[in-house]
Design a binder for this molecule. Structure first.
Ligand SMILES: *Cc1c(COP(=O)(O)O)cnc(C)c1O
Ligand SMILES: [Zn+2]
Length: 415
């Protein structure tokens, strides 16, 4: 927090102090997702270096404290957020025609998605701002991560989820002791009701994009990737896009590092959506303003017809010189099988959408064999077992005897 200068509006440039309750720009109206946390990069440079960071033992996101908008002394949840592995799975690289492919498995966070990076910051900010209750609406993972971090801190949470949220995520919420409100409507309905309730009862708001500090948590995935690659910046970072906060966060992270001179260039970003719900990819590819879309995809975490952070997301992709793409649900399920079978990494549908897009962009020659590529797997597959089974089918059923097994295996061509 000591390195934070304030908040700045993306559109009109107006600056605000980083104080409790300031979430949106008063000039630009209630529009969400346009305030950006600004840092004193000179100060960060004077107090921290890549070498001093290398000596920090904490593997979690708090190793990047100088880049975070929180006070060092504020109590934090004990959960280990971040520090997820960066793999280089050769089989997946071969399957995709890529020589230098890395997979950042962010399903290995405490509640099994990248959203933990944002939610832990939300809970810390809530404590700093003396809020006693936190709340959000979410397609599922923001909810389960907020509920988890809140539980770790002993803070009550109120969570609004759309009716279609998968069982695994609902189970997480209930296990974490959240007050769970399943809204019989879509994500847009859910978001609206949560906003009204938050205002009515004065809860701390963790809604995506409204709260400018969440992107700061999400950016830590980029800080980690850079550090894990020994500050060699990849050519491409590929990930799925729903509200657009995650990709905006990735961009912020790399820009922070560039601004303190720890990296000497920036990666291109590829943002991937599902064809069943691709308002941002369509806007990008057709070079026009985005329009609300239907939410027709099994990748529930990115089924966002009205994105909450469209401006920051599109700006991130454009500034990076990257691209966007939309892939079908069939391609998403195929990517789930491919990632699982060639890399041993199990992602939920939205978690593997980046890999599906990577396959497409590699085949189209946009991403080249010699490029260094990082695909971020944003959520774990156990959250949504129903769709996983849809992707891979049922197991071979057999009576408990070798006589029964032999012909079955022969029939499958397994033996
Ligand atoms: C939230 C989420 C995304 C997309 O992030 P946005 O900030 O909404 O663009 C992708 N994958 C998973 C697993 C998520 O939970
Ligand atoms: Zn403004």
């Amino acid at each position: 927090m000591e390195n934070v200068l304030g908040l700045r509006c993306l559109h009109c440039g107006k600056e605000y102090p980083a104080k409790a309750g300031i979430f949106t720009c008063e000039v630009c109206g209630q529009k969400a997702g346009i305030l950006d946390v600004e840092y004193d990069y000179g100060k960060i440079k004077r107090s921290t270096s890549r070498e001093s960071l290398a000596r920090v033992k904490d593997p979690s996101i708090f190793r990047y404290l100088p880049f975070l908008p929180i006070r060092p002394e504020t109590p934090r949840p004990h959960l280990r957020v971040g520090g997820s592995p960066l793999y280089r799975p050769p089989g997946l690289g071969r399957a995709l025609g890529l020589g230098k492919l890395y997979v950042k498995d962010d399903g290995q966070n405490p509640t099994a998605s990248l959203k933990d990076r944002a939610s832990v910051i939300a809970v810390i900010k809530a404590v700093e701002e003396k809020a006693t209750t936190v709340a959000c609406s979410s397609t599922g993972n923001a909810a389960s991560s907020l509920a988890g971090s809140a539980a770790a801190m002993g803070i009550p949470s109120y969570i609004f989820v759309p009716a279609r949220a998968p069982q695994g995520k609902i189970a997480q919420l209930l296990v974490f002791g959240a007050h769970v409100i399943s809204v019989q409507g879509n994500y847009e309905d859910t978001f609206r009701l949560s906003s009204q309730a938050i205002e009515r009862w004065g809860w701390y708001n963790r809604n995506a994009a409204v709260n400018p500090y969440l992107v700061e948590g999400k950016k830590t995935v980029a800080l980690e990737i850079a550090e894990q690659l020994n500050w060699q910046v990849p050519d491409w970072v590929v990930l799925s896009v729903g509200d657009g906060c995650t990709i905006a966060g990735v961009w912020k992270g790399f820009r922070d590092l560039y601004n303190v001179g720890w990296i000497d260039r920036l990666p291109k970003l590829a943002g991937i959506q599902s064809t069943g719900c691709s308002p941002l990819a369509d806007a990008f590819l057709e070079n026009r303003p985005w329009q609300p879309a239907e939410e027709n995809t099994l990748a529930d975490s990115i089924a966002v017809g009205v994105p909450r952070n469209p401006d920051k997301a599109l700006r991130a992709v454009r500034e990076s010189g990257g691209t966007m793409a939309a892939v079908s649900d069939g391609e998403i399920l195929a990517a789930m099988r491919l990632l699982g079978a060639t890399a041993g990494v199990f992602g939920e549908p939205a978690g593997v959408t980046g890999v599906a897009g990577l396959k497409r962009l590699s085949a189209a020659g946009v991403i080249k064999e010699e490029d260094t590529v990082v695909a971020i797997v944003t959520g774990n597959g156990l959250k949504d077992v129903k769709n996983a089974i849809a992707a891979v089918g049922e197991p071979l059923k057999v009576e408990p005897s070798l006589e029964a097994l032999i012909p079955k295996l022969a029939k499958e061509g397994w033996r």
